[in-house]
Write a protein that binds this ligand. Structure first.
Ligand code: FES
Length: 123
């Protein structure tokens, strides 16, 4: 694993961006990984088809929580279409590390949860 990317992930894990509850969110959804019990919950405020603000809370492994933090930075200010078309690979590229199949579930928990929050299903 490349040290720079590992540091990037640990930084997001220790100091998550956009962490907390958004009182005026109009989309709220909690997703979890049943095999370990880790979870992320997104609060999203959408207006005029754009993600005006987004926060999350969660608990779990460094990859799941860092991935949620990175995802909030990626989607904030973007329109819904951007999120709908966003691929798992795009998020994995941002994480920048090779992941085993088990770890892949950790990394993808955030994007899967966010898509269900906004669209009611995976897209
Ligand atoms: Fe639970 Fe990573 S070990 S999501």
């Amino acid at each position: 694993m490349d040290d720079i990317y590992l540091e990037h992930i640990l930084d997001h894990f220790k100091s998550p961006r956009n962490y907390g509850i958004l009182e005026d969110a109009n989309y709220v959804y909690e997703g979890g990984n049943p095999t370990c019990g880790d979870m992320v919950k997104f609060f999203v405020k959408v207006s005029d088809g754009k993600i005006e603000d987004i926060r999350f809370i969660g608990k779990g492994c460094a990859i799941s929580q860092a991935s949620a933090s990175i995802l909030t930075e990626l989607v904030k200010g973007k329109d819904l279409e951007f999120v709908k078309n966003m691929t798992k690979e795009q998020l994995l590229d941002e994480l920048g590390i090779e992941l085993s199949p088990t770890r892949l579930k950790c990394a993808l928990l955030s994007i899967e949860t966010l898509k269900i929050a906004l669209f009611g299903e995976l897209s």
